[in-house]
Ligand binder design. Structure first.
Ligand code: PEP
Ligand code: MG
Length: 874
């Protein structure tokens, strides 16, 4: 079996076998770009490695040796030759990009003899510098000796020599460091550093295969939902050197600005530096624009190559390059990660440039990413106490308590605290802390540093390279000049400007950019699924409409009952002991509800509005029994009068009488309508009086009255009749006619199972997948997530939290059945969804597949849903 490919034997289409990096190196080689020659050991070899108890598959080693001969012939150098040594880099490359997640070894092939050959061919100081780098990386990555141990030796050497920077060290110093590194390795492993280049090579390949299952790779895959069984390829590539002098360098660049999407080369480089120096954030690098001044011809060649790569891949590229003695080499290209803002702009621009189609543009933007664009930013009119400024690494503004440790950020974040993770720089080991933080602030590193790349990927605000802040981890504080900011102090950061601000700042809502609007219009042209919003107030309704909602799919009327000025009346209604008393309360609520519905219907002029009649268990409107008891006890202890205490005790009695063991399975939804028809009648009247008023004012409105929690057709039949009667009365009283419809939520399994019967009484269905998930699984929607569901997901018992991503297998099966049965009775039955899943891209795709008419979600997710609905279609 072929386990090893030369670059020229591969292509971009072979990512699964050759990994992303290898496949693109192959592609670049084949289109004639300057790529140092190399070979790729396949992901299949890695998978077999794991099958065979972490042993190389038979034949792989021989193939590596053979290919090494080919590389020797191409370069005229020999692997391990003391006169003219061939050196290689060994890097991982998974099929899906996992930046910084696995390890790299550079300058492999050096030993005590070949280092002399390299010194003769180039320069002694340079050769020893390469050797110590190799010993360090090999010691760390392959032999598992802590990175800090090597750093410590280096720091000591610098101290002895009284210098600050690596480049101030001389050849003799490096000689000394090399000797100490070798001694460290021998001490730690009990064996001398391996001098045989092939032994080095196979150990490095082994380590890369192994790194597929290191902790940070596993965490990264879990967060990004990458399967665990893909395996990684290994790229073995001839070294070129960016650290041979000042006509050399290394850098990374994006073909367009990954933050804004602007069409400009964007990146950073370091002169006289090697490999990881740029991304590691060790020295703060220079902007790629400076290269134009410094090496005009290299810059021109680089710019032309970038353009060629963009045209070839028809996408923005993220490129690594090295300049060796004034000659440019390409070391990597891949599709560049970008912010949502950039993703939208680049996709739309590329359509205008004729590079991609509209459908491709729609597929290029991940709906989930759009949330970033709908993020808040700092109010430009606010007075800010800006204490420092760093690089604007990932847009959006965030505030939180300062935390210096990723574990602590995770702990506090999971407790619901807002935190900002502050570090000198981040490493892949900090990922879990970044996930839990509102934003990230680093004092070192450029726009392509780890923190910046990761934060942009997650849509987290990030300010990096903020050199004005001096972090003292031991004392858990940072200083800016004389100002001390301690752990727990509140700061805000603005990832679009790089500002670091003391305290809270006022934020404002986002607007949609012209490109975003254009993309969404294309999406509207493609999709067949409608998009509505869940909104309970005229303001929400107006915002939803601005974001492109085509109606309201759910107005929860109970939210209107919760307002402080209404709650006492609602309580009076609930606690009434006579019919008259109840009616009195309802009469007071009627004009208020009418006003609510008037506002919402008017805001949605010309569009349908689903208004749901009262749904939650009544006790939700009542005071808490325990709190009442505490209060009564307190009154007693302070000697309050019976007049004061008596009503409270009465209240407590009623509250207790209304309490239920399982309120979510209790007296709620249409069951309230059945037992307290006057409540539903009042709400129906409020809806229709508002409708009548609007119709006489010439406003076109389409109210859809919705009955929740139906499980039996008779429930719906009774309540529908009640609603129809109220409608008729109002039309008669007001002398106007209007259109309306009456439908039901499908949120109890029985309703889905008997949807053909229920459809007889319903003008529309709307899947309430929050309750449907709760009742299908028998998981409490209020408790399950915190109690055990997260563990179910971790243990892969369930692929996702079913309250966030629709469970297609179970809940979805009921939905599919509900649609088929419902439409068997009424072929044109209008069917939507208004549970949380209506805003989740994966669930939206499923809703499209089973033929729903629309999804309904919160106003801010409407743009996400429009795009997701289009993607489900293309
Ligand atoms: C549902 O159950 O999915 C729903 C939309 O209603 P609520 O969340 O108000 O119960
Ligand atoms: Mg519900």
């Amino acid at each position: 079996k072929k386990y090893v490919y030369l670059f020229e034997e591969g292509s971009a289409g072979m990512k699964d076998l050759l990994g992303g990096k290898g496949a693109n190196l192959a592609e670049m080689t084949n289109i004639g770009l300057p790529v140092p020659p190399g070979m790729i050991i396949t992901t299949e070899a890695c998978r077999e490695f794991y099958v065979h108890d972490r042993r190389f598959p038979p034949g792989m080693e021989d193939q590596v040796r053979e290919m090494m001969t080919v590389l020797e012939n191409k370069t005229g150098k020999r692997f391990g030759d003391p006169e003219n040594p061939l050196l290689v880099s060994v890097r991982s490359g998974a099929p899906v990009s996992m930046p910084g997640m696995m390890d790299t070894v550079l300058n492999l092939g050096l030993n005590d003899r070949t280092v002399e050959g390299l010194a003769r061919a180039a320069d002694r100081r340079f050769a020893l510098d390469c050797y110590r780098r190799f010993l360090h990386m090999f010691g760390d990555v392959v032999l598992g000796i802590e990175h800090a141990r090597f750093e410590h030796i280096l720091d000591n050497c610098k101290q002895r020599r009284k210098v600050t920077y690596d480049h101030e060290l001389q050849a003799e110093d490096w000689q000394q460091v090399v000797a100490e590194y070798k001694a460290l390795i021998e001490r730690e492993t009990g064996q001398p550093f391996p001098q045989d280049p092939f032994e080095q090579l196979f150990k490095a390949i082994y380590a890369v295969f192994n790194s597929w299952n290191n902790d940070r790779a596993i965490v990264y895959r879990r967060i990004n939902r990458i399967p665990d069984d893909l395996g990684t390829a290994v790229n073995v590539q001839v070294m070129v050197f960016g650290n041979l002098g000042n006509d050399c360098g290394t850098g990374v660049a994006f073909t367009r600005n990954p933050s804004t999407g602007d069409r400009e080369l964007y990146g950073e480089y370091l002169l006289n530096a090697q490999g990881e120096d740029v991304v590691a954030g060790i020295r703060t690098p220079r902007s790629i624009a400076d290269l134009k001044e410094e090496m005009p011809s290299v810059y021109d060649q680089f710019a032309a190559t970038c353009e060629l790569l963009e045209k070839h891949y028809r996408n923005m590229q993220d490129i690594e390059f090295t300049i060796e003695r004034g000659k440019l080499y390409m070391l990597q290209t891949r599709t560049g990660k970008r912010t949502a803002q950039a993703a939208v702009k680049i996709a739309v621009d590329m359509v205008h440039e004729g590079l991609i189609t509209r459908e491709e543009a729609i597929l290029r933007v991940e709906p989930a990413q759009l949330n970033q664009l709908l993020h808040r930013r700092i109010d430009p009119n606010a007075q800010l106490e800006v204490i420092a400024r760093g690089l604007p690494a990932s847009p959006g503004a965030a505030g939180g308590k300062v935390v210096f440790d990723a574990d602590e950020a995770e702990t506090l974040g999971n407790q619901g605290e807002k935190v900002i993770l502050v570090r000198t720089e981040t490493t892949p080991d900090d990922i879990h802390g970044i996930v839990a933080a509102q934003g990230v602030l680093t004092s070192r590193g450029g726009m392509t540093s780890h923190a910046a790349v990761v934060a942009r990927g997650m849509g987290k605000p990030c300010v990096c390279g903020c050199e004005a802040i001096r972090i003292d981890y031991d004392r858990e504080l940072f200083q800016v000049n004389d100002l001390v900011v301690k752990k727990g102090d509140f700061i805000s950061i603005d990832g679009a400007t790089g500002q670091v601000i003391l305290g809270h700042v006022p934020m404002i809502d986002p607007e949609l950019s012209p490109e975003f609007q254009e993309l969404l219009q294309w999406a509207d042209g493609v999709r067949s699924l409608g998009v509505r919003a869940n909104a309970d107030t005229p303001e929400d309704a107006a915002r939803a409409r601005e974001f492109g909602a085509e109606g309201i799919g759910l107005t929860r009327t109970e939210h209107m009952f919760m307002a402080v000025d209404r709650l006492p009346i609602v309580q009076q209604m609930i606690l009434a002991s006579t019919g008259d008393e109840r009616q009195e309360a309802l009469d007071r609520l009627l004009p208020m509800q009418e006003g609510d519905f008037y506002g919402i219907l008017k805001a949605m002029e010309g569009l349908p509005v689903t208004i749901r009649l009262l749904d939650p268990p009544l006790h939700e409107f009542l005071p808490n029994a325990e709190e009442l008891l505490v209060e009564i006890t307190r009154l007693r202890l302070t000697g309050a009068s019976e007049e004061e205490i008596g009503p409270k005790e009465n209240l407590l009695k009623k509250v207790r009488a209304l309490s239920e063991f399982n309120p979510m399975l209790g007296h709620r939804g249409c069951r309230l309508g059945i037992t307290f028809p006057e409540v539903y009648a009042m709400q129906a009247r409020a809806i229709f009086q508002a409708t009548a008023r609007l119709v006489s004012e010439g406003v076109k409105v389409f109210p859809e009255v919705e009955i929740p929690l139906v499980g039996e057709v008779k429930e719906l039949a009774i309540l529908r009749q009640l609603v129809d009667e109220v409608a008729e009365q109002v039309m008669k009283e007001r002398g106007v006619t209007f259109e309306y419809s009456v439908g039901t939520m499908i949120e109890i399994p029985r309703a889905a199972l008997l949807a053909d019967e229920i459809a007889r009484e319903a003008d529309f269905f709307s899947f309430g997948t929050n309750d449907l998930t709760q009742t299908t699984f028998g998981f409490s929607r209020d408790d399950a997530e915190g109690k055990f569901l997260h563990e179910y997901v971790e243990k892969k018992i369930l692929p996702e939290n079913p309250f966030m991503v629709l469970d297609r297998a179970g809940v979805g099966k009921l939905m599919r059945m509900g649609v088929e049965l419902g439409r068997s009775t009424k072929p044109d039955l209008l069917i939507g969804i208004c549970g949380e899943h209506g805003g989740d891209p994966d669930s939206i795709e499923f809703c499209h597949q089973i033929g729903l008419n629309y999804v309904s979600c919160s106003p801010y997710r409407v743009p996400v849903a429009r795009l997701a609905a289009a993607r489900a279609k293309v």
